[in-house]
Design a protein around this ligand. Structure first.
Ligand code: NAP
Ligand code: ZN
Ligand code: ZN
Length: 382
């Protein structure tokens, strides 16, 4: 077992134990329209730890929704971006794209939300809305360019977007999701990225009854993949480097567990899976997992290591295997996923933290010491 002292500020909370959030009466807006100074937490450079500073949110436009952020999940992408591991970060950056909170103001043209509603924001805040992919509801594959929730230039407003490690956000209604009050709100936050990023490929590759699925990496994405795939009726095997996670993997929905550092266990799974979903955040050998896929099966990469991977064509050719990838999910599918979770009582297993624990959370994520998503309680941000 990896030992790690949790700070007093890191509080364990399981999706099963927390009470559902109750609808509270509307509160005053965090930042008045037009004066949008908002406390936030972010990085000034790739080498500096995250620290507090203020950001400006835009005035609430006719199609905008202003949300008081109550909880924000900590995705490994936040770490990649804060440290510029993908080479695309615009500083200063406020990470965070697993945002849930309460609507505090709406623009005149907004019809879907009212002040006081629960709402969520995920990885995107806009797209061209007109290309073929946007028209199909696949805004994440917008051919003009998706506007990401942080470190992205919003062509409509000209602003550099800033994410959810902050007190409030103002964003366009079309990219805001309705959140049910049936589930514990803090455990809903990770659905906005970890949830949809696993739900979407499992649906696309038709994972269900009769599918043998392997999930590589038991972190934020991996644990949601186990929950969804078992709910869809698939036979699920967890492929992990952490033997101490076996018991949790089974509780989360895996029927089988294989330790990927044990060659004998890997050997026994050769040509076994119809689909493998790879959620690994660091460099690893794809060929080792491709070997486990049966004829015409697919390996779907959702983890995005900062360095390019290598694979042998022979490994693909040997069983006519496909190597594929998938990015988050479009707006309609994200709402579908949130509704599915509310209906089937699915949410994330979280460790609730205060904002000043986030640098330690990053350190622990790098050691695979995550059980299974850190979520920031935004009350802790002054
Ligand atoms: P995470 O919570 O840190 O989990 C990653 C897991 O990968 C670890 O817990 C560990 O699981 C495993 N792992 C880590 N290093 C490994 C290594 N060297 N070899 C084998 N396994 C290793 O991360 P996450 O938030 O789930 O994100 C995972 C990746 O998905 C990140 O790269 C992130 O940027 C990416 N992502 C992609 C999308 C998309 O749209 N495609 C969306 C969100 C995130 P075990 O202990 O079980 O081995
Ligand atoms: Zn993410
Ligand atoms: Zn588009």
């Amino acid at each position: 077992m990896k030992t790690q002292k949790n700070s007093a500020r890191s509080r364990k909370a399981s999706s099963a134990t927390k009470k559902p959030a109750r609808r509270a009466p509307p509160r005053p807006a965090i930042a008045e329209p037009g004066t949008g100074t908002t406390p936030a937490y972010g990085a000034q450079s790739a080498k500096t730890p995250l620290a507090p500073f203020n950001i400006q949110r835009r005035a609430v436009g006719p199609h905008d929704v202003q949300i008081e952020i109550l909880y924000c999940g900590v995705c490994h992408s936040d770490l990649h971006m804060a440290r510029n591991e993908w080479g695309a970060t615009i500083y200063p950056v406020v990470p965070g794209h697993e945002i849930v909170g309460r609507v505090t103001a709406v623009g005149k043209q907004v019809s879907k939300f009212r002040t006081g509603d629960l709402a969520g924001v995920g990885v995107m805040v806009d797209s061209c809305r007109e290309c073929a992919n946007c028209r199909r509801g696949l805004q994440q594959y917008c051919t003009v360019g998706t506007v990401l929730t942080y470190s992205s230039r919003d062509k409509r407003t000209g602003e550099i977007t800033q994410g959810g490690y902050s007190k409030s956000i103002v964003t366009t209604e079309g990219f805001v999701f309705s959140v049910s009050d049936k589930l514990p709100l803090a455990s809903v936050a990770p659905l906005l990225c970890a949830g949809i990023t696993t739900y979407s490929p499992l649906r696309h590759w038709k994972v269900g009854k009769g599918t043998k699925l392997g999930v590589v990496g038991l972190g934020g994405l991996g644990h949601m993949a186990l929950k969804f795939a078992s709910s869809f009726g698939a036979e699920v095997t967890m492929l992990s480097t952490s033997p101490e996670k076996e018991r949790d993997a089974r509780r989360l929905g895996a029927q089988k567990f294989a330790l990927t550092t044990d060659a004998a266990q890997m050997e026994r799974l050769a040509n076994y899976f119809d689909v493998i979903l790879d959620t690994v955040s660091a460099k690893h050998d794809y060929n080792k997992y491709l070997d486990l896929i049966s004829l015409d099966g697919s390996m779907v990469l959702v983890g995005i290591p900062p360095v390019p991977g290598e694979f042998q064509v022979f490994t693909l050719m040997g069983q006519r295997r496909s190597l594929a990838s998938s990015g988050i999910g479009g707006v309609p599918e994200t709402q579908e996923m949130l509704d599915y979770c509310a209906e089937h009582d699915i949410s994330s297993d979280i460790e609730l933290i205060d904002i000043d624990y986030v640098n330690q959370a990053y350190t622990r994520m790098l050691k695979s010491d995550v059980h299974y998503r850190f979520v920031i309680d935004m009350k802790s941000l002054a």
